[in-house]
Design a protein around this ligand. Structure first.
Ligand code: AMP
Ligand code: MG
Length: 540
């Protein structure tokens, strides 16, 4: 494959608004070879590569709050130039596009070199507050890391990435952001379930935004290649750029950095468990060293509470990345990172302790998070451990929507005279088969509700106060799998209204939004077995 013609930067208003300082390419060694063909790239952190121009770019959606983050006013998103730039058709002066080299453990095995196979970093913008934001196009064509694949992305997966990145942010979950979603005007062939059914789908590009896209795998690749020099250069760069509070790079700084990656990862996973998010492909190349949720592929949201659920059909047999396994997998991934940075830290016991600290931070964070979901000030191990264990059993007795259950639990009241029916009434909306609630399930649930309410009373706060606290931890709106699919169905026939409505609803996930109740509803029956709603593959 030949490199496309070098694009001439075009002077423009966007150029005047964006200030680029591309530290990653300036400070780290790049690939001396310039040919854009799939290959092993040795001794380099990145390869320069240009986005492939889109035939007929069309903006589907844009997040003006992300535009503002990088220094663009809202209005800039509606210009022709904006779509040209963020679909990959135009380079602005100051951009210096590249694909990063990384490796990774996929589904538990070392996979060797992976890299940005369909992501092209345009450059790093420094905004007026001095914050650094990397702009990255996903789906803008092949790179030296594309292996057998085409470097492209389809509308369906791009809608999912765009909406979920922003939904997660507004839920308070650390995540990469999404600036824009554009159609390329070209068709991309995909075999959605790897079953021989190839289909043409609309091609799309998402512009992702994050302080940095560095993954565990960026370190792993140099460790695997026994290139300690590059490993150190990357660590030094990361500390100076993204962890400046740790001071100048040194063995002490490397240690503090690794501990911080453990802590941030634990905090991110606690959030996932709070909101019912299942990443679906927690390979080490999909783990950010900043503790951001990254790479929205076959992710999903728990509907009925089932810790064994994974949306990813590619992982259906082992269910490695099921909801309840995420805390454990994050630890395993950190252990791979520990092995990778061992040459810098050279202290196995220290690394082991840091990994242990992940468990501690996770446990404490989880207890705090659970208390907030239940409306308690703090977790009282004497009573709350048992209370939560019984709750998890209750949620599994009959299909129970996790999001609705917790949200409506704040609305359960007891004045001393409530019948079981009155007590459980606010929760009925959460049951997928309310008609199938047996007396036994009802009684056990009510017994739990009474002990929960008596525990809640010990907090000494009125019900309205408890509800206020719980509503800040338990969202009303999440990006339900079927909602994303409905938005995709419409977008594929040229109607982007639902993408925009969902984006807007999910800006305020903790608020009751009158007139928008339909977006809080549990999964309808038709979506139970529909592709895209409950089953997703890595094909995107
Ligand atoms: P993922 O599981 O989506 O995180 O991707 C794993 C690896 O495959 C990464 O190196 C991606 O860049 C690469 N990859 C995934 N899809 C494509 C594609 N369509 N073209 C090129 N590379 C891809
Ligand atoms: Mg990935």
């Amino acid at each position: 494959m030949k490199t496309p013609l070098k694009k001439q930067p075009v002077a423009s208003p966007l150029e005047e608004l964006l200030t680029f300082d591309n530290r990653f390419v300036h400070e780290l060694p790049g690939d001396p070879e310039t040919e854009n063909r799939p290959r092993q790239v040795a001794r380099s952190c990145y390869s320069r590569v240009l986005p492939r121009p889109a035939a007929q770019p069309e903006l589907v959606a844009c997040a003006h709050e992300v535009a503002e983050l990088i220094g663009l006013p809202k209005e800039a998103c509606n210009t022709k130039e904006f779509v040209q730039v963020f679909a990959g058709n135009r380079l602005l002066p100051g951009m210096d596009p590249y694909a990063a080299c990384y490796g990774g453990h996929q589904f538990g095995s070392w996979a060797g070199q992976l890299g940005d196979g369909r992501a092209i970093n345009l450059g790093e913008v420094v905004n007026q507050r001095g914050e650094r934001w990397t702009l990255q196009l996903k789906g803008a064509g092949p790179t030296p890391y594309s292996r057998q694949a085409d470097g492209l992305a389809v509308l369906r997966s791009s809608v999912r990435e765009f909406l979920c990145s922003e939904a997660m942010h507004h839920l308070g979950v650390p995540t990469t952001r999404a600036l824009s979603l554009a159609l390329t005007g070209e068709k991309v062939v995909r075999d959605m379930f790897y079953d021989g059914n190839r289909k043409e789908e609309p091609g799309a590009v998402v512009c992702r935004v994050a302080p940095s896209f560095i993954r565990f795998g960026n370190f792993e690749i140099f460790a695997a290649r026994q290139n300690t020099d590059l490993l150190r250069q990357l660590a030094d760069y990361t500390i100076r750029t993204d962890f400046p509070h740790l001071g100048e790079p040194s063995t002490a700084a490397y240690r503090a950095w690794f501990e911080e990656v453990c802590r941030r990862t634990a905090e991110m996973i606690v959030h996932w468990m709070r909101v019912g998010f299942v990443h679906g492909v927690m390979n080490t190349d999909n783990m950010s060293v900043l503790g951001l949720t990254i790479d929205y592929g076959p992710y999903g949201w728990l509907e009925n509470y089932d810790p064994d659920w994974t949306p990813n059909t590619t992982d259906a047999s082992g269910r490695r990345y099921r909801f309840g396994n995420q805390p454990q997998i994050a630890w395993w991934n950190l252990a791979q990172l520990a092995n990778a940075v061992h040459p810098l830290i050279e202290d196995t016991e220290f690394l082991q302790r840091a990994l242990d600290s992940y468990g501690e931070v996770y446990r404490n964070g989880w207890q705090k998070m659970m208390s907030s979901k239940l409306g308690f000030f703090s977790f009282d191990p004497d009573t709350d451990q048992e209370l939560v264990e019984e709750l998890e059993k209750i949620l599994k007795l009959t299909e129970t929507d996790m999001t609705l259950f917790f949200r409506n639990l704040a609305r359960v009241k007891e004045d001393g005279t409530a019948t079981d029916e009155e007590l459980i009434a606010p929760l009925m909306e959460a049951y997928y088969h309310p008609e199938e609630l047996t007396d036994e399930v009802r009684e056990r649930t009510c017994r739990w509700l009474r002990s929960y309410l008596s525990r809640a009373r010990r907090e000494g706060v009125p019900d309205v106060e408890r509800r206020r606290k719980m509503d800040a931890a338990n969202p009303r709106y999440v990006l339900r799998n079927y909602l994303a699919q409905l938005a995709i169905d419409k977008a594929e026939v040229g109607d982007y209204s639902l993408v925009k409505t969902l984006q807007d609803v999910l800006r305020r996930p903790y608020d009751e939004q009158s007139g928008r109740e339909e977006f809080a509803r549990k999964r309808p029956e038709w979506a139970r077995h529909r592709a895209g709603c409950s089953m997703l593959s890595c094909s995107s």
